[in-house]
Each structure stands twice: as structure tokens, then as C-alpha cells.
Design a protein around this ligand. Structure first.
Ligand SMILES: *Cc1c(COP(=O)(O)O)cnc(C)c1O
Length: 390
């Protein structure tokens, strides 16, 4: 725990959890790989009773995340999806209604379509890029507005401050933001008025594809208490080893994000100028329709982009296969550049008509720009263009 909250984020992620291990003075916070804790006398513990409730190593990661979220506490979960699930189970009752961004992570949509609907939770997917469309989707029983911005995979943005104002003009309506693509370092959702910031720590926080994890943070202490309690009941807390690995990752988050942003801009500019490219979605390009909103609510444009080739879907897939340095794999936010085809992967259960309406076409390719030299990445694209269009 830091007693110097005035430090910058790049200092806080390294020192926010610096409580020394006294036996050896190891510089790294230890892995408390334990299920339970010894009582000093019956009923008296040092604050830890059972690792389904809390664990010191998980707490250490939570302190680092709280430091960048600017909150007193954060909670870590087994995965991003288990963070969202715990939020919904903690907040919603049967008969409650949720409004979600229509362009959203596939797993989030599936949670509502395949699971929460069976528990009587009602929901509407809306174009949250439009405040009017979002308001029209509200019902008297709407309790939660859950948005993703930039949204996966089209990078469509939603105005966090405007939607926070809208949500708070109703009684009992909270705004949660899936901030996985930017993290609080590049988009401070809570300062923009959101009630809850959610991250899949699997992505930029870990940064090395070593773990799955998720987090929730809020200034609403009663809500955090409730979520802590529900996490303990359902057992969705992160494992100590995973927290420890993510804790090493988060220390380099500010440095990595700066590089991700710089590399993504270079790759986006190069792709946008290429004659075989029909479209590039990157919030930092002057052609991006919502660049002004990006400048207003983001501190930088991030490491994610998507693009369409001026070619058939078949050739687009051949192009992905022809890449040698860019790795075709799900996930994002890691040191490796990862490339995916959302129409056959994350968004495969949407109909073709629905995907086309949302811009998730059969030609759309999503790129998570990694830390490799942009020169080498661009050379890889160049050779793939030559292979496919020879
Ligand atoms: C990956 C991801 C999730 C889900 O996180 P997991 O850690 O894979 O469960 C949620 N939202 C977004 C935007 C993601 O990219």
C-alpha cells in the first residue's frame, strides 16, 4: 500500500504493493499459494481466513490496479468474463433490464443470450455511440448500462461522460465500462463519470499471454463490498499464481502502452496508405469518424485497430495466413502482434446481416499491434500482400 498517492501511475504500478517479505526481504511480493490460513487463537486471523475470500498476492495485484484506477480498492477475478458475471450476479435481480453496446466482446453478448436470460434478466443491445439510441433503449426497470469503448472489433466509440450523465438522470441506473482496450491509463472511465470500470487483465495488464484475469473497480464502496461478498460466495477470485504473474506484467504497463500506441499509429498509417486496403478503423487516423471523441476522452489512441482489404473474404483469409511475424491467435494486448478474423472467431454467432450492419464484415481483420519493430511488422504485411496478390 502506498502512502504517496501523488506518485505518477508509472511509479505506482511498480511500488503500490511494496510490502516487504520480512523473512528474506525478497524484492518481489511473494506468491501466497495457500488455500487457508492458521488462526492465531480460535476465530482470530491476520485478516485472511480462506483464499476464496481473499489472498495477499491477489490483494497485491488489486492494489496495483486500484492505483491506476484511482480507487481505494479493486477486485480481481479468474477471467474478464468472471468479473462481468460477478458484477451481474451482484447487481441484478430477475426482472431487471440491462442496456449493452451492440458492438461488444462476443463473450459478453453470450453471457446475456445463453445464461442471464434464463434467470429472468432482460436486456437490449443498443448503439451506445448515440446517446439518443441509448436513451430510447431504457425501460423503467433498467438498472445497468454496460458499454465497451473502443468496441471490439470495429473500434466504435461511446461517449462515457454523456452516457454517465444520461444513466445518472435515472434513479438506480449504473454505468459500467469495459475498458479492456485502453486501461485506465489511456481512458479514465471513472473520472469521466462511470460507476464501474471493468478490465480483462488477460490483455494489457498481464501483457504476456501468461494468465487469464479480470478486474472491477469503483468509487462506490457499498457496491465494492457487495461484489467482494458475491465473489467469495461464487468463488470467482483469481488464483494467487495468476495474480503474481499479472503483477509482474502491470509494472511495465505504462511503458508497454506507450510503445503499443506508437507502433499501432505507424502500422495504421501505413495500412491506410496501401492501395489494397479498403478501410482502416483506428481512432487516431484523421479518417476515423469519431476522432474528436477519441481526443476528448482518451489520453492516446491505443494499440488496437481493424481493417478491410479491397478483396474478397477468401483472399482476406489467405492474407492472414500468409503473415509470418503477426500471429493468428485470439486475445490482444500482448507483446506479440496478434491477428484475428472476428467473423469466424469472436463474433461467429451473429448472423451475416447483423455483422454487416455492425461493420463486422467477413473481410474485417482485427490487429493487436505488439512490441515488435513496426518496420518488421510492415515488412511482414508487405510480403503477405505480394504472396496473395502476386
Ligand atoms: C477478452 C475480453 C473480455 C473477456 O475477458 P477474458 O479474460 O477472456 O474472460 C471482455 N471484454 C473484452 C473487451 C475483451 O477483449
Amino acid at each position: 500500500m502506498t502512502d504517496r498517492p501523488d506518485f505518477d501511475p508509472s511509479t505506482l504500478v511498480i511500488h503500490s504493493n511494496r510490502s516487504y517479505e520480512r523473512q528474506s526481504n525478497s524484492i518481489l511480493f511473494p506468491i501466497h499459494q495457500t488455500a487457508t490460513y492458521i488462526h492465531e487463537t480460535v476465530g482470530v486471523t491476520k485478516g485472511y481466513g480462506y483464499s476464496r475470500g481473499a489472498n495477499p498476492t491477489v490483494n497485491a495485484l488489486e492494489q496495483a490496479i486500484a492505483a491506476i484506477e484511482g480507487t481505494r480498492t479493486a477486485l480481481c477475478f479468474r477471467s474478464g468474463m468472471s468479473a462481468i458475471t460477478t458484477l451481474c450476479l451482484g447487481l441484478l435481480h430477475a426482472g431487471d433490464h440491462v442496456v449493452l453496446s451492440e458492438v461488444i466482446y462476443g463473450g459478453t453478448a453470450r453471457l446475456f443470450h445463453q445464461v442471464l436470460t434464463h434467470f429472468g434478466v432482460e436486456y437490449t443491445f443498443a448503439d451506445t455511440a448515440s446517446v439518443e439510441a441509448t436513451e430510447q433503449a431504457f425501460r423503467p426497470n433498467t438498472r445497468l448500462l454496460f458499454i465497451e469503448t473502443p468496441a471490439n472489433p470495429t473500434l466504435r466509440l461511446s461517449d462515457v461522460r454523456a452516457l454517465a450523465d444520461l444513466a445518472h438522470s435515472r434513479e438506480n441506473l449504473l454505468l459500467a465500462v469495459d475498458n479492456t482496450f485502453l486501461t485506465p491509463l489511456l481512458q479514465d472511465c471513472l473520472s469521466l463519470g462511470a460507476d464501474i470500470s471493468m478490465l480483462s487483465t488477460t490483455k494489457y495488464i498481464d501483457g504476456h499471454n501468461a494468465t487469464l484475469g479480470g478486474s472491477l473497480a469503483s468509487h462506490n464502496e457499498a457496491l465494492m463490498e457487495r461484489l467482494l461478498y458475491v465473489r467469495k460466495i461464487i468463488g470467482s477470485i483469481q488464483a494467487p499464481m495468476d495474480s503474481w504473474l499479472a503483477l509482474q506484467g502491470v509494472k511495465t504497463l505504462p511503458a508497454r502502452l506507450a510503445m503499443h500506441c506508437e507502433h499501432a499509429m505507424k502500422v495504421a498509417q501505413w495500412l491506410a496508405a496501401h492501395p489494397r486496403i479498403a478501410k482502416v478503423n483506428y481512432p487516431g487516423l484523421p479518417t476515423f469518424p469519431q476522432i474528436e471523441l477519441a481526443k476528448k476522452q482518451q489520453k492516446a489512441f491505443g494499440g488496437m485497430l481493424s481493417f478491410e482489404l479491397d478483396a474478397s473474404p477468401e483472399l482476406s483469409l489467405k492474407f492472414v495466413d500468409a503473415l509470418k511475424l503477426c500471429t493468428c491467435a485470439e486475445s490482444l494486448g500482448s507483446v506479440e502482434t496478434l491477428i484475428t478474423h472476428p467473423a469466424t472467431a469472436s463474433h461467429c454467432d451473429l448472423s451475416l446481416a447483423e455483422r454487416d450492419r455492425l461493420g463486422i464484415t467477413d473481410r474485417l481483420i482485427r490487429l493487436s499491434v505488439g512490441l515488435e519493430s513496426p518496420k518488421d511488422l510492415i515488412a511482414d504485411f508487405e510480403q503477405a500482400f505480394q504472396t496473395v496478390f502476386a
